[in-house]
Design a protein around this ligand. Structure first.
Ligand code: FAD
Ligand code: DHB
Length: 390
């Protein structure tokens, strides 16, 4: 097989890059270790920044997003028996859209396949070779057959457990990491959301988040210990704990219903620099992970792709390599802003592993400061909706 750009990973980022390249007349092939059904059903993120929505719309993918996505102009912070609304749009002129990551993936897969694009699902043993030559090779097995995909460039978008990062020789990359002593238990439930906007709750028993997907489907998260198993969380315990942490203000009820899906995700922060080595470009969760409290992961992955789309267009149309050479430096500015914001939101809202009354008072003071200062609230809001220029 041959392509100008070979992409490893059919998450939102790999698929979006393939689509953007197609719009610019550049041929790509995406290889993905899971099945189409699996990637289209994987429940994860739900918040799209304004910039991500604009990118999807400009790329012709706005139709279902506009119809089914919900525009939100504020979020609520709930703490110490109080509720405070951060009026994001009033403060920044921008908004977020709630639209499930798997819906973005479905739209992208449909767009690629209807345009004749090639996504090879269910591949095994992916290996990257010749990355320091002008024609690198992606080798993989597909239905028992050995396949070689020759390309000009390889883009590693294979998430946090992929192979791309490991293809870079030792000593080239620097990794900055932080792990947190907690995880999120996320549930998708067939229950009408009792909220119009997302609620981020600070509670002495731990953080909770009330989000939604549609008028019939709620998405909720609970801070749990990373060592806990899903078996320890029967549905009744989940609803009871969500009630305790969220029903702390008048009218602040949680609607219950059948739980359709649940999973536990440990929380960590990672940045790997640089995001390029020779003919390999790394993007998305393959090189940066944020704790989900700031809702940044998918947005960062899409922002990387927007840069790469333009950089490859400049290379193939005009033979210029400036944007490709600048890719890592430019992308990392946004990555580090999102790292700080995600760490800050996480530190402000979660119960710490050790009981530390001093730090708990600092958290409450920070929350009260957001609630009482327009400039502090604006800082939260502009990071949350996404800074256009970082
Ligand atoms: P992925 O989506 O991980 O895609 C990588 C793809 O590569 C996968 O399909 C994988 O199967 C494939 N792959 C892996 N290894 C190989 C291999 N060897 N060969 C071929 N293919 C391979 N982000 C937000 O912006 N907003 C949110 O509200 C938000 N909430 C979240 C909530 C939870 C509970 C979680 C877990 C994450 C959340 N995120 C959120 C983060 C977001 O889901 C990720 O940042 C996003 O999926 C990153 O996209 P990606 O394309 O880089 O990687
Ligand atoms: C959702 C996920 C997040 O990580 C977040 O901060 C807000 C909402 C969600 O899945 O809806």
């Amino acid at each position: 097989m041959r392509a100008q750009v070979g992409i490893v990973g059919a998450g939102p980022a790999g698929l979006m890059l393939s689509h953007l390249l197609h719009l610019r007349g550049i041929a790509s092939v995406v290889v993905e270790c899971r099945s189409r059904e699996y990637v289209e059903r994987r429940v994860r993120a739900g918040v799209l920044e304004q910039g991500s929505v604009d990118l999807l719309r400009e790329a012709g993918l706005g139709e279902r997003l506009t119809r089914e996505g919900a525009r939100h102009e504020g979020i609520e912070l709930r703490f110490a028996g109080e509720a405070y609304r951060v009026p994001m749009t009033e403060l920044t002129g921008r908004a977020i859209t709630v639209y499930g990551q798997q819906e973005v993936v479905k739209d992208l897969v449909a767009a690629r396949l209807s345009a004749g694009g090639e996504i090879v699902f269910e591949v095994d043993d992916v290996g990257l070779h010749g990355l320091d030559s002008e024609s690198p090779l992606i080798r993989f097995r597909h239905h028992g057959r050995e396949v070689k995909l020759r390309c000009d460039f390889v883009v590693g978008r294979d998430g946090s457990h992929g192979v791309s990062r490991g293809a870079v020789p030792d000593g080239v990359l620097t990794s900055y990491e932080r792990s947190y002593p907690f995880a999120w238990l996320g549930v998708l439930a067939a229950a009408a959301p009792a909220v119009d906007e997302l609620v981020y709750a600070h509670h002495e028993r731990g953080f909770a988040l009330y989000s939604l997907r549609s008028p019939e489907i709620s998405r909720l998260y609970l801070q749990v210990d990373p060592a806990e198993k899903l078996e320890e969380w029967p549905d009744e315990r989940i609803w009871s704990e969500l009630g305790t942490r969220l029903e702390t203000v008048p009218g602040g009820t949680v609607n219950t219903g059948p739980i359709l899906e649940k999973s536990i995700t440990p929380m960590r922060s990672v940045v790997v620099e640089p995001m390029q080595w020779r003919r390999l470009f790394l993007a998305g969760d393959a090189v940066h992970i944020v704790p989900p409290t700031g809702a940044k992961g998918m947005n960062l992955a899409l922002a990387d792709v927007a840069l790469l789309g333009e950089a490859f267009a400049d290379w193939y149309t005009y033979g210029r390599d400036g944007l490709l050479r600048d890719y890592s430096r430019t992308a990392l500015r946004r990555v580090w802003r999102a790292q700080h914001f995600s760490w800050w939101m996480t530190s402000m809202l979660h119960r710490l592993d050790r009981h530390d009354p001093y730090e708990q008072q600092l958290q409450l003071s920070t929350l009260r400061y957001v609630a009482s200062s327009r400039s502090y609230a604006t800082s939260l809001a502009e990071n949350y909706v996404g800074l256009p220029n970082v």
